[in-house]
Design a protein around this ligand. Structure first.
Ligand SMILES: [Fe+2]
Ligand SMILES: [Fe+2]
Length: 461
């Protein structure tokens, strides 16, 4: 059920962000709206409920009192919109029509300034003919439900606020990448500064909470996976740069380059980019041209660093010089780009795609190490050592049935450090009751990892 609820809200959020990038009757927007309605109808049938209520507390979506991380990460626009309406939640009623929904989505784009009160927002909805979507007051209006949300999701946040919340960082990352791709698709100027500042926030946060950051890279983003891919490549690269004690300027450079590396894909029609069947020769050439397109696109921007351009151009070049585009004999490989290339392939192998399941890290490592000459050998070994076969942020089941989140690689590759989040009887531990276990310090016979839980999403933490 939790996954269903996540999916429903994500569909709505995606519809809204595409509504902003395109126009209201663009096929993409219509298809999100239709799928949202379809899933919502299925929800009503299954739950026998009359309404689907989503709340907002502290910049997060809430459903049945639980925070929803996946939707929060991709739902910045809806969250901001609801804050502008001065409301603490929105309810979609049974019988919701396409007309109601498209008027609602149009409003998310049309409203430029916050309203003065919830009453005003309700009147606006009435005026627009939106009848089956209603607005609720702040949670704090009800006793014991916490303070009203006064924060805007991420813009204007002090660094300190950011550092307390990986959700905010991920929201900002998704936002920056989505916007960069949208701007590039329409030949608008890119906001390179935001890419740089969000990678700085990421670095600061990763320094103290790297497992939390890595945990977030598992949230799926369904069909817009170029966006999620760039977010994840950039996060993994920052984590690695930090683990290898790179100078801060290089870590920042790789974070920004990771955000922008696939920007050339914004110029490829999504029908080709996300085509499930085999590509024609022409389509394949078009896709292989994205590094060149991306580099040219960045060259035309102000304030872009040479490394960002080089990374967009060279991230599909292998260590042995093969790959694409063709490498001129004078070109020199930069370690930042060499690491980005490793992160790029690792992410592609271990991510879920509509046409494939996630590959577990150890399998991905064996694919990567057997591809001789593909990667910088020293960087690849360091990468494997720091990510480990149970990467920080992933969930594992232990031999006694408990479930834990990996917080760090141990000295022994298959004996990581963990935080236990679930008892063997299946009950969930509250955050304050979770405790650390270091498998590296324990006898192998007494406790070990029984399996890696690749599809486990922590919806409660
Ligand atoms: Fe690429
Ligand atoms: Fe990529």
């Amino acid at each position: 059920m939790d996954k269903k609820v996540n999916d429903i809200i994500i569909l709505l959020c995606k519809g809204i962000s595409n509504r902003r990038l395109y126009f209201s009757n663009h096929p993409k927007v219509i298809s999100y709206a239709q799928n949202f309605l379809k899933e919502l109808t299925a929800f009503f049938e299954m739950s026998e409920k009359e309404e689907f209520f989503v709340g907002i507390i502290d910049g997060h979506f809430i459903f049945n009192g639980k925070r929803l991380f996946g939707p929060t990460i991709v739902g910045r626009q809806l969250i901001q919109f609801m804050q502008m309406l001065q409301c603490g939640g929105v309810s979609f009623k049974k019988g919701l029509t396409v007309e109601d929904l498209s008027a609602f989505m149009d409003l998310t784009d049309g409203l430029k300034n916050p309203l003065n009160s919830l009453q005003e927002a309700r009147e606006l909805f009435k005026k627009q003919g939106i009848l089956l979507i209603t607005l609720a007051g702040y949670y704090s209006d009800q006793p014991g439900m916490g303070a009203p949300d006064s924060k805007r999701p991420w813009e204007g946040q002090e660094a300190g606020g950011f550092l307390q919340s990986p959700t905010l960082i991920y929201q900002a990352l998704f936002d920056v990448v989505t916007r960069a791709h949208g701007d590039a698709a329409f030949s608008r100027e890119l906001d390179i500064d935001s890419a740089r500042s969000v990678s700085e926030f990421m670095l600061r946060f990763t320094q103290s909470n790297f497992a939390d950051v890595m945990q977030y890279i598992h949230y799926p983003d369904y069909d817009s996976y170029t966006i999620g891919h760039s977010v994840r490549v950039s996060s993994i690269a920052v984590f690695l740069g930090m683990k290898m004690n790179w100078p801060e300027e290089n870590i920042l450079a790789i974070g920004t380059a990771g955000i922008l590396h696939d920007i050339g894909k914004s110029r490829i029609a999504s029908e080709i980019l996300y085509k499930a069947s085999k590509l024609t020769a022409d389509e394949f050439r078009l896709i292989q041209d994205h590094p060149r397109v991306g580099a040219e696109l960045l060259l035309a921007q102000r304030d872009v660093s040479p490394l960002d351009i080089a990374a967009a151009w060279g991230h599909h070049l292998r260590y042995d010089g093969k790959g694409y585009p063709e490498k001129p004999s004078w070109a020199v490989r930069n370690p930042v780009i060499a690491l980005l290339q490793i992160c790029d392939v690792f992410e592609a192998l271990t991510a879920v795609r509509p046409y494939k399941q996630a590959m577990d890290p150890s399998h991905a490592f064996s694919v990567m190490t057997t591809d001789k000459g593909a990667f910088h050998p020293g960087l690849l070994s360091a990468f494997i050592a720091f990510i480990g076969i149970y990467p920080p942020g992933t969930y594992v089941e232990l031999t006694d049935g408990r479930i834990g989140m990996v917080t760090g690689a141990g000295i022994i590759i298959d004996r990581p450090q963990l935080k236990i989040i679930q008892h063997r009887d299946g009950t969930r531990l509250k955050k304050e009751d979770q405790y650390a276990v270091d498998l590296g310090a324990m006898d192998r016979g007494s406790l070990g990892v029984s399996q890696l839980l690749l599809n486990y999403l922590d919806t409660e933490n």
